[in-house]
Design a protein around this ligand. Structure first.
Ligand SMILES: Cc1ncc(COP(=O)(O)O)c(C=O)c1O
Length: 482
């Protein structure tokens, strides 16, 4: 399609489309490829005509009685829930809804500190007091690999008034905890287990993937269908089982957090994703896992390229690893640089990077040619970019800041603006969120420490996008007035 005048967003998207970028990022349909492969292109061609609202013949997401009900019921069967709700405001809206359905203002809730920002936003909205568990960090990669189950139990004993536990499962990097065991602990203390399974909507498709959160006994689960399955960006699902979370309260929360004009285009894409999952999912997943095996075998011949694998699984480490997430490092090349080289020189877009490596989100939409291109590019990079030895990379350790105020108290507290470099020891009045992955480095109410500023400095130098800090030059920060 030709570029048109005065349409900045559309023209940029058309330009990107013409670049034929190889997608190792979300959304899971990979530039619409799965719609084309399964001949749903005719649906896409008339998308503009299908954009509608609640009229005679459609249905109402907030009170479904017809086609939405039918599609949600099919999803519930396919994903093994008791009831499933379609989300058109991202997993974010499902996370707000399930947390606020399971709690009341003033309640305490146990959270993994490497959660997505939406979990913390729910603390602000729902006036909740978070108690954090800190996953174990793999020093060599800078990512969380283990969830200390004994710590969960300790916190549940120490804070009897905790209402619910919310965990990220799997992490952005595909790390899974022993959720069955965690579920047993949480339920032993009669608490509610909520799971942010944003990155695990595909888990039911193969025995080679970690078990689904529902099969591990979670009470309520939110999945980003758009990330690893082929629905459109912003469309997700919330699944529920059992009666620990009140269904009526959950439905009220969904009405509050979702648009009164839900997009039928997003709903249609969820319908498609469920159908594909059911009809073709297992075969497509098998094909993907085969392609990944081939890619890893080819890469294995080059000692300078490392793909994270089973070495992170074991005692005091990860319980399981999602093989469709590829965390890749090239010796001698910083992750941030690797990310930029892949995109600028090889037209390959990865999901995210840090100082050490880059992350590929692979889905059923990726084909063998994608993996071949990635493999060739990595091999060229590993032989041409050897200017810095990995040992020389100045790795900054992150020490999670201490919580002094609740996120809500800090959010609404009186603030002053000071220079970021003079903020050590101050209580942050705002978020600092590297994006992606959207996991806050600093949460409002936390005390800023030196390690945080060092890591932030490294991210800014790596040209990583930082959300939260209102000042675009990253020089100033709002802290609590004391
Ligand atoms: C772990 C996790 N949870 C929740 C979300 C929010 O999902 P959405 O963007 O669909 O609102 C994200 C988004 O990246 C995420 O990574």
């Amino acid at each position: 399609m030709k570029a048109m005048q005065d349409l900045p967003v559309i023209n940029r998207l058309l330009d990107l489309n013409n670049e034929n970028i190889v997608s190792f990022h979300v959304p899971g349909h990979k530039n619409g490829r799965l719609y084309e492969r399964f001949q749903y292109k005719n649906f896409i061609d008339v998308l503009h005509q299908l954009d509608t609202t609640e009229i005679l013949g459609t249905d109402n997401l907030h009170h479904p009685e017809d086609v939405i009900k039918e599609s949600q019921e099919r999803a519930s069967k396919v994903f093994g829930s008791e009831e499933t709700f379609f989300l058109v405001n991202g997993s974010t809206s499902g996370i707000y809804s399930m947390i606020m359905a399971a709690t009341s203002p003033g309640d305490k809730i146990l959270i993994d500190r490497n959660c997505h920002q939406s979990v913390i936003n729910a603390m602000i909205l729902g006036d909740l007091v978070p108690i954090y568990i800190y996953p174990r960090i793999e020093e060599g990669q800078g990512i969380s690999i283990g969830m200390p189950e004994e710590e969960i139990e300790r916190q549940l004993i120490a804070h009897k008034e905790i209402k619910a536990v919310i965990l990220t499962y799997p992490t952005y990097y595909g790390i899974a905890w022993d959720l069955k065991k965690i579920g047993e602990i949480v339920h032993k203390y009669d608490k509610i287990l909520l799971i942010d399974e944003a990155h695990g909507a595909h888990f039911g498709l193969s025995v080679h993937l970690p078990p689904t959160a529902l099969s591990c006994g979670a009470d309520c689960v939110v999945q980003s269908t758009h990330k690893t399955l082929p629905s459109f960006t912003q469309s997700s699902m919330l699944h529920i089982q059992g009666n620990r979370v009140q269904r009526e309260k959950l439905k009220s929360m969904l009405k509050i957090h979702q648009s009164s004009s839900p997009s039928y285009l997003l709903l249609s894409s969820l319908d498609f994703a469920v159908m594909l999952y059911k009809e073709q999912g297992e075969a497509l997943m098998e094909e993907l896992l085969r392609n990944i095996e081939g890619f890893k075998a080819d890469i294995g011949t080059c000692s300078r390229i490392k793909v994270m694998g089973e070495e992170v699984v074991g005692e005091n480490k990860a319980f399981a690893l999602d093989p469709t997430r590829l965390w890749i490092a090239v010796e001698g090349v910083k992750g941030y640089d690797l990310d930029a080289i892949l995109r600028k020189r090889f037209r390959i877009q990865m999901e995210l990077s840090n100082e050490y490596g880059v992350l590929a989100v692979t889905t059923m939409g990726n084909n063998k040619a994608d993996f071949d291109q990635l493999q060739r590019a990595l091999q060229i990079i590993s032989s041409e970019y050897m200017d810095r030895c990995i040992e020389e990379i100045d790795v900054q350790r992150y020490r999670a800041p201490k919580q002094v105020l609740t996120p809500r108290a800090a959010f609404y507290g009186k603030k002053k603006r000071i220079l970021l470099k003079e903020s050590i020891g101050e209580i942050s009045g705002e978020y600092i969120i590297p994006y992606p992955p959207g996991i806050p480095l600093v949460i409002p109410g936390e005390e800023i420490n030196e390690e945080v500023l060092n890591v932030l400095d490294q991210m800014i130098k790596g040209k990583k996008e930082i959300l939260g800090l209102r000042d675009g030059a990253y020089q100033w920060i709002d802290v609590i007035l004391r």
